[in-house]
Design a protein around this ligand. Structure first.
Ligand SMILES: *Cc1c(COP(=O)(O)O)cnc(C)c1O
Ligand code: SF4
Length: 357
């Protein structure tokens, strides 16, 4: 058996989570709480990701161990981005003009407590059938405007190599599809999934991009560095999508360390998401000023390559809207010449002027 399959099979869930947490000496009440929440929202932690926890309540713990606050969220919605409404066939979200998000697994190697798709991931009644996948492929075939297909989920790398290759092959055979992307948390959550065999298979379907999902420097280990190197060596361009999470990474110092370490392993920070208004995740949401402060602390202070786009995915399905600190602070008009000069602030807060032509 592949190492990753063995680790996955040894994952903990709401039935046996106490075994995973013995070394943290939780009270019976704390264990009961975790199990109660795990019954309401899927709970899965594989032994690799569990091993990244250094102490109770740390940045890794918060991402994977259920918290009683999930059940106290009265604000959140099950599908704030109206993904179900924007799916012309089940599991295929067509929101933007030229690209689609194709959900091809509802399973993950761990269930993130803040997941935007809490409504469907890990639920046995939301498993994705082959006939649903075929309908998605047909839709892509029949829509010539689709030039970019993003495999998502859940985690597409939960599929076997054969199943995944079947899907990639079908999509690659469609003439108007230019690029294929895969969104996966495996390089972070279960890097053993990235095998030589998988990389050889993926490399047949270029141009292929992978966006992964690291939220904290503690998740960067020799295993994840190895996984990303293998993917990069297979010619796959790697990006990272982080979610801004209270108590996990809502801190400029942590984010700077994360983005710099991502670049070292050839992963380009792509998006930093404001947390969506998803039911059960209220305790993770931050102020917008926090995200802006993080972007401001990166831009100019470190490699431009390291700075992700900070976005809000608009509630109601409006798509991603970028948010930027303000650098354009005003403009001046010269009375005599009629010429305009704009006033800018640089990363250090110094003022500069740029005369317009
Ligand atoms: C994020 C997303 C995409 C991809 O957006 P990019 O900005 O191109 O990365 C496509 N479709 C949906 C529904 C999305 O949520
Ligand atoms: S890996 Fe992605 S889809 Fe799966 S639970 Fe985490 S955030 Fe959700």
């Amino acid at each position: 058996m592949d190492a990753w399959k063995k680790l996955l099979a040894e994952s903990y869930d709401e039935k046996n989570i106490e075994k995973a947490l013995t070394k943290f000496h939780l009270s019976t009440k704390e264990i009961e709480e975790i199990k109660k929440v795990g019954a309401a929202y899927p709970l899965r932690v594989n032994p690799y990701y569990l091993g990244l926890i250094k102490k109770k309540g740390d940045a890794v713990w918060k991402q994977c161990i259920a918290d009683e606050q999930e059940l106290k969220d009265t604000e959140g919605l099950s599908d704030p981005l109206h993904e179900e409404e924007q799916s012309p066939v089940p599991g295929l979200i067509h929101r933007y003009p030229d690209r689609v998000l194709f959900l091809c697994s509802n399973q993950c190697s761990m269930y993130c407590r803040f997941c935007t798709r809490k409504r469907r991931v890990g639920h046995p009644d939301r498993e994705i059938s082959l006939s649903q996948i075929m309908k998605g492929i047909d839709y892509i075939k029949n829509h010539k405007e689709i030039r970019d297909v993003i495999l998502s989920g859940g985690d597409p790398l939960m599929l076997s190599n054969d199943k995944l290759e079947f899907i990639l092959k079908q999509i690659r055979a469609i003439k108007h599809v230019q690029i294929i992307r895969i969104g996966t948390r495996m390089p972070c959550a279960l890097p053993q999934r990235i095998t030589k065999k998988l990389c050889r298979m993926l490399a047949k379907y270029h141009p292929l991009y992978i966006n992964t999902h690291f939220n904290h420097p503690q998740e960067i280990t020799k295993e994840s560095i190895n996984a990303c190197s293998m993917l990069a060596d297979a010619g796959i361009a790697l990006g990272n999508q982080s979610v801004l999470l209270k108590g996990v990474n809502d801190n400029p110092k942590i984010m700077k360390e994360l983005v710099q370490k991502l670049l070292i392993m050839r992963v380009k920070p792509y998006y930093l998401y404001q947390a969506d208004i998803v039911k059960g995740t209220r305790h993770f949401r931050t102020e917008i000023s926090k995200g802006l402060e993080i972007i401001h602390s990166l831009q100019g202070f470190t490699s431009g390559m390291a700075v992700p786009h900070y976005v809000i995915d608009a509630p109601g399905g409006g798509g991603k809207i970028p948010l930027l600190p303000t650098y354009l602070i005003g403009e001046k008009k010269d009375r005599k010449s009629g010429k305009t000069t704009i006033v800018l602030k640089n990363y250090e807060g110094k003022t500069y002027e740029y005369p317009l032509p």
